[in-house]
Design a protein around this ligand. Structure first.
Ligand code: AMP
Length: 457
């Protein structure tokens, strides 16, 4: 940048800072925020693959898409996920709002916003069960590490209006079908029941009793959790805490007969549907709104030992009291979600061939000023026929264009010259042999499809 432009840019930054004193530029070359990632062109095929199959499966099972804003009032997560949860105490991205109130945060998970929208728009009156789905970015101020980001992406499903065990089984079955459709084979559902709220209160008392006897063996975090969020001590990853958890009373054994019967039915259905699952008595999930069935999907085969650092692909559970807790009528509900980054990791790990050709097989070259307009028209034809092409419309000479076509490894070059524009034709050149022939423009798509071995549209 010349010095005068640099001075101008600095003056502009200074003026912007004067207007918004809390906005400062560090002055160094900007980079993506910590724990957040650009998704570069070579990785896009994985995203398209996962999202396309996810939407196809969810829509195919009659889940209707509902999109919510990226930000919500902080109170929504405090009242749903829980004031003492990790998400609320440590992980919310708070926004500085101009008036100061209400306090807004970047959305940290998908269920609470969907429930908020469900109540706000009176969706309760729709024919039941009301099946909704979503996909998009979520934000948690987590410590970034492998598979754990500050901006990550989820898609999920929620079912409102059914308290039946078959709904829990259906959600897991759809998740299982989806994983299979993605080509994944190494996964297992970890399943537990949290019982009902009264069961949980009694259980927490028993749990505290057990942990008080072993308090010296616990890590510092768990000592604090025992006071604020005792269930979470059960899924602490520290070896010494896991040993104490091993001898702790099991929620599974203490829940009411109704909750027990519900859980048995879910398991019977999963057995019949051949969904791979294991019972995980220590699985409590970190969100307050769950009751009865909860699950996580982890990337290992059934029966394989847990690897400790294992991060889940997805999760879900029943949340019968959340609609009411957020000010709606009492509507039972359940839902489940997957993390897209984690699914993509699993797809790479399992070496799944996406069978997507993401590179263009045709190059459109042009020669002469008139031909540029003709070439743009040809590009439109190809795009409408879904034939992927590369081009370099700003170049003039044919040789640099042919060189580029060679570098891109295309099979065919479509050459548009002045004469061809007048005649309504193009030259079709075999990139490998250099053999050329003249083709009428209206036949170009058919001819290319034939040569590329793709079905005629
Ligand atoms: P949760 O909302 O915590 O139940 O998480 C549901 C799914 O979202 C998990 O199974 C992960 O696949 C994904 N997920 C949650 N937190 C993160 C994160 N910080 N980074 C990447 N993926 C995440």
């Amino acid at each position: 940048m010349p010095t005068s432009s640099k001075k101008k840019a600095a003056a502009q930054t200074f003026r912007a800072q004067q207007k918004s004193p809390h906005i400062r530029s560090s002055g160094t070359t900007p980079s993506a925020p910590r724990g957040m990632h650009d998704i570069l062109p070579p990785d896009q095929k994985y995203w398209e693959y996962v999202l396309e199959i996810a939407m196809q499966v969810m829509r195919g099972w009659d889940f209707q898409r509902l999109d919510t804003p990226m930000i919500e009032e902080a109170g929504l997560f405090i009242r749903s996920v829980g004031a003492e949860s990790d998400i609320v105490t440590k992980e919310l991205f708070e926004l500085k709002s101009r008036g100061g109130s209400p306090a807004y945060v970047l959305r940290a998970e998908g269920t609470a916003p969907i429930v908020r929208a469900f109540i706000e728009h009176g969706l309760r009156s729709w024919p039941k069960p009301i099946k909704l789905c979503y996909a998009g970015p979520f934000f948690r101020y987590d410590r970034p590490q492998a598979g754990r980001y500050r901006q990550f992406h989820q898609f999920g499903m929620e079912v409102f209006g059914s308290a039946a065990p078959v709904t829990d089984a259906q959600l897991m079955y759809v998740q299982h079908v989806l994983l299979r459709q993605l080509g994944l084979e190494e996964y297992v559902f970890l399943l537990n029941t949290l019982g009902d709220q009264a069961d949980r209160t009694a259980y927490i008392r028993a749990l505290k009793e057990h942990y008080r006897r072993h308090v010296r063996k616990l890590c510092r975090d768990c000592k604090a959790r025992l006071k604020t969020n005792p269930l979470r001590v059960l899924d602490c990853k520290e070896e010494k805490c896991q040993q104490v958890a091993y001898t702790a009373p099991r929620l599974l054994d203490t829940v009411s007969d109704e909750a027990q019967a519900h859980f048995t039915q879910v398991r019977t259905l999963l057995d019949e549907l051949k969904v791979p699952y294991e019972i995980a008595p220590g699985l409590v999930r970190g969100l307050d709104y769950y009751v009865r069935t909860v699950w996580e999907v982890v990337p290992r085969r059934p029966g394989d030992p847990p690897t400790g650092s294992q991060t889940s692909l997805g999760a879900g559970g029943r949340y019968d009291h959340l609609v009411k807790a957020l000010g709606g009528k009492d509507v039972p509900a359940a839902g489940g979600a997957f993390g897209i980054e984690r699914l993509i990791d699993a797809i790479r790990r399992e070496g799944i061939d996406l069978q997507l050709t993401d590179t263009p097989s045709v190059f459109v070259a042009q020669l002469g000023a008139q031909a540029k307009v003709g070439a743009l028209r040809v590009m439109r034809l190809l795009q409408e026929a879904q034939i992927r092409f590369a081009e370099s419309i700003d170049r003039d000479g044919i040789q640099p264009q042919l060189k580029l076509a060679e570098r891109l490894n295309v099979a065919w070059v479509v050459v548009v010259g002045q004469k061809e524009v007048i005649d309504g034709t193009v030259i079709l050149r075999n990139a490998e042999s250099g053999m050329q022939e003249v083709v009428r423009q209206e036949d170009l798509v058919t001819e290319l499809r034939r040569r590329l071995n793709v079905p005629q549209g």
